[in-house]
Design a protein around this ligand. Structure first.
Ligand code: DAH
Length: 339
C-alpha cells in the first residue's frame, strides 16, 4: 500500500496542465469523491491495525501535496490570464511627469553662484537657534524689539530656544569656529511672527554674506554689490546705497537697484521712484568680531543680507508672497524653462 501511495505522490508532484479544462480533469482524477485518493482512503480501512499509523501518514501527505499542486496550477493560470487580458504591449507608456525646481531654489542658486564667482563658499546653520547666535553676539541691545514675543517665535516659552529671525546667526557660528580670512554666503529659511498676507509671511528665505580679512573696506563691499546687481539683473543695472542702521554693522546701509521693470523711469512697482530696495549691508561692527573671538584691531569685514523672495519677485514679478508656499502646480510649472 505504501508503495502505491508513494508512486501516486511522485505522479502528483509532476502534474502539468496546459489550460483550465486539463486542470479540472486532474482535480477530478485525484481529488474528487471517486478519485484516486478517495479510493486509497477506502482501502485504508482494510490496513492492519499495526500499520495504520505509518500508512495514514503517507496518505495524508499525498492528499496535502495533491491539494497544494492543484491550487498552485490554478493560481498560475489565474495570474497568466490576468496578464494576458490586462496588458496591451502596443499601447504608448504613461508619461512620467517631471517636477520643476522651485522659483526660490532657482534664485537662491543663482545668488550663491554669483558670490561663488567672487570666492565665497556656502555655509549653513540651524533654524532652531539660541539667543546668543541670533541676537546677543550680533550686538542687539537687551531691550531690542526683535527679542519680543511679538516678532520672534520662541519654542516652549523658553527665551533661549527660538526660530532664527535672520541668517545673520550663521555669521556668528562660522566666525566662532573659523579664523579670518572668511568669505561665506549663507542661504536659509528664517521665521518671524507676522500675520500672513500677500506681502508678509511667517517664514521666508534669506541669503547672508560675510567677508572678514585684513584691510576689508566699504569700497570692497560696494564693488561686490555692484557686481552682484549686474550679474543678477542686467549689465546696465545701477545701485545706490542709503545710510541705515543695523545693530551688527557700523556703518550700515540699504541698497537700492534701478527698477528692473521700468528701467528706472518710474512705474507702479517702484512707486514712481525708479529705485527698489533689495538688501541691507555694512561693515561688521567691531563688537561682533570680538564677540566671536576675532581681533578687530587686525581684521575688518563687511556683511550683507537679502530676502530671496524679494529678489525672486523682482526677477519674475510674483505679486503674492503666498504663492511660494502653496505648491500650486500651475504656478510652479511656469518656472520650467528657468531651470
Ligand atoms: N539680518 C538683516 C535682516 O534680517 C539683514 C541684514 C542687514 C544682514 C544688514 C546683514 C547686514 O548682514 O549687514 O533684516
Amino acid at each position: 500500500m505504501i508503495n502505491k501511495i508513494d508512486a501516486l505522490l511522485q505522479e502528483v508532484e509532476n502534474l502539468k496542465a496546459a489550460n483550465a479544462e486539463e486542470l479540472e480533469a486532474l482535480r477530478i482524477k485525484y481529488l474528487s469523491k471517486k478519485g484516486e485518493i478517495s479510493s486509497l482512503m477506502n482501502e485504508f480501512r482494510n490496513v492492519a491495525a499495526d500499520q495504520k499509523r505509518e500508512v495514514g501518514q503517507h496518505l495524508n501527505k499525498l492528499k496535502e501535496v495533491a491539494q497544494n499542486k492543484i491550487n498552485e496550477l490554478k493560481a498560475s493560470f489565474e495570474n497568466s490570464q490576468a496578464v494576458n487580458d490586462d496588458i496591451d504591449l502596443t499601447r504608448t507608456a504613461y508619461p512620467i511627469e517631471l517636477g520643476t525646481r522651485h522659483p526660490l531654489s532657482i534664485v537662491k542658486k543663482e545668488i550663491c553662484d554669483i558670490f561663488a564667482r567672487l570666492g565665497f563658499s556656502i555655509a549653513e546653520g540651524p533654524e532652531i537657534e539660541d539667543d546668543w547666535h541670533v541676537f546677543s553676539s550680533l550686538n542687539f541691545a537687551e531691550d531690542h524689539p526683535a527679542r519680543d514675543m511679538q516678532d520672534t517665535f520662541f519654542i516652549q516659552h523658553n527665551p533661549d530656544v527660538l526660530l532664527r529671525t535672520h541668517t545673520s546667526s550663521v555669521q556668528t557660528r562660522v566666525m566662532e569656529k573659523q579664523q579670518a580670512p572668511i568669505r561665506i554666503i549663507c542661504p536659509g529659511r528664517v521665521y518671524r511672527n507676522e500675520a500672513i498676507s500677500y506681502r508678509a509671511h511667517c517664514f521666508f528665505h534669506q541669503v547672508e554674506g560675510l567677508y572678514v580679512d585684513k584691510n576689508v573696506s566699504f569700497a570692497d563691499l560696494k564693488q561686490a554689490l555692484l557686481f552682484f546687481a549686474k550679474e543678477m539683473f542686467s549689465a546696465d543695472t545701477k545701485i545706490r546705497l542709503r545710510p541705515s542702521y543695523f545693530p551688527f554693522t557700523e556703518p550700515s546701509a540699504e541698497m537700492d537697484i534701478s527698477c528692473n521693470i521700468c528701467g528706472g523711469k518710474g512705474c507702479p512697482f517702484c512707486k514712481g521712484t525708479g529705485w527698489v530696495e533689495i538688501l541691507g549691508c555694512g561693515m561688521v561692527d567691531p563688537n561682533v568680531l570680538e564677540n566671536c573671538g576675532i581681533d578687530s584691531k587686525i581684521y575688518s569685514g563687511y556683511a550683507l543680507g537679502m530676502g530671496i523672495e524679494r529678489i525672486t519677485n523682482l526677477k519674475y514679478q510674483v505679486k503674492d508672497l503666498r504663492m511660494f508656499s502653496e505648491n500650486d502646480i500651475r504656478f510652479l510649472r511656469q518656472f520650467e524653462s528657468a531651470n
